[in-house]
Design a protein around this ligand. Structure first.
Ligand code: F6R
Length: 242
């Protein structure tokens, strides 16, 4: 794993933007794996700026998102579809038929997972997957204990994840208790992975990732087995590990 240390959130977002824009330029029909949450927001803002300055285009880009809540409509402000549209897609020239986010309201969720995997295969797999990390080491919504051989699946969210995500909802009761998530093996089959980590709240997780063993009890630890991982982490996130 290649660790790039930066000062703060802005530094992380800046470096991540350079890497993603570079890959969009270098790959003919790039397939990006995208994440939601607070971590990649600065990256998406900067990508939009680059698009406005005509330094990057999404015309040939296909995207696959890591996850979506079960039970939320696309136009629900808390759905990950809404998030991606609001924070990135509607501001750039991406063709919406090239955007893939699992549907959390599909009648048959299992079928939805299979279809998502099929589309991912048809697109030729992910060139660069952007990841954030949960305080408990989750990647996507793969909570501790998830099999390393999992593909896209329906997951029950941990209490700590529901609590962490409650900040976006009116009350904790409104937070969905299930999600569809790319599996660990799905994430690991990406050609390149970019993990972004910022803030003190992630310091424990960073210590476990950098110094701990590879174990299903800490899902992100599997990244050590991937050939092409870049971690961009800020000083606060690295405060315990170093
Ligand atoms: C989001 C996702 C999650 C987040 C993680 C960190 O699509 O899959 O794994 O990356 O929960 O969230 P933030 O960035 O809000 O700290």
């Amino acid at each position: 794993m290649n660790l790039i240390k930066v000062k703060n959130y802005d530094g992380m977002s800046e470096k991540a933007t350079k890497l993603i824009v570079n890959r969009i330029h270098a790959i003919e029909n790039p397939v990006l794996g995208l994440a939601t949450g607070s971590t990649p927001e600065g990256l998406y803002q900067r990508i939009i700026e680059k698009y406005k300055q005509e330094e990057v285009s999404f015309k040939n880009v296909t995207t696959f998102n890591l996850d979506e809540y079960v039970g939320l409509e696309q136009n629900d402000t808390n759905s990950y579809y809404y998030f991606m549209n609001d924070k990135l897609f509607r501001h750039v020239d991406i063709a919406m038929n090239c955007v893939h986010i699992p549907s959390g309201i599909a009648e048959d969720l299992e079928k939805e997972c299979t279809a998502f995997e099929r589309e991912l295969g048809q697109a030729g797999g992910i060139d660069v997957q952007v990841l954030g990390i949960g305080g408990n080491g989750h990647i996507g919504f793969n909570e501790p204990g998830t099999s390393f051989s999992s593909r896209t699946h329906v997951v029950d969210l941990e209490k700590s994840t529901i609590q962490a995500n409650a900040r976006f909802f009116h009350s904790i009761e409104e937070v969905p208790i299930q999600a569809i998530s790319m599996g660990i093996e799905t994430i690991m089959s990406s050609k390149e992975i970019l993990l972004l980590v910022s803030g003190e709240a992630k310091a424990d997780a960073m210590e476990k990732l950098l110094l701990g063993e590879v174990s299903e009890d800490f899902p992100a630890s599997i990244l050590k087995k991937h050939e092409h991982v870049t971690i961009i982490a800020d000083a606060a996130a690295l405060s315990i590990a170093e």
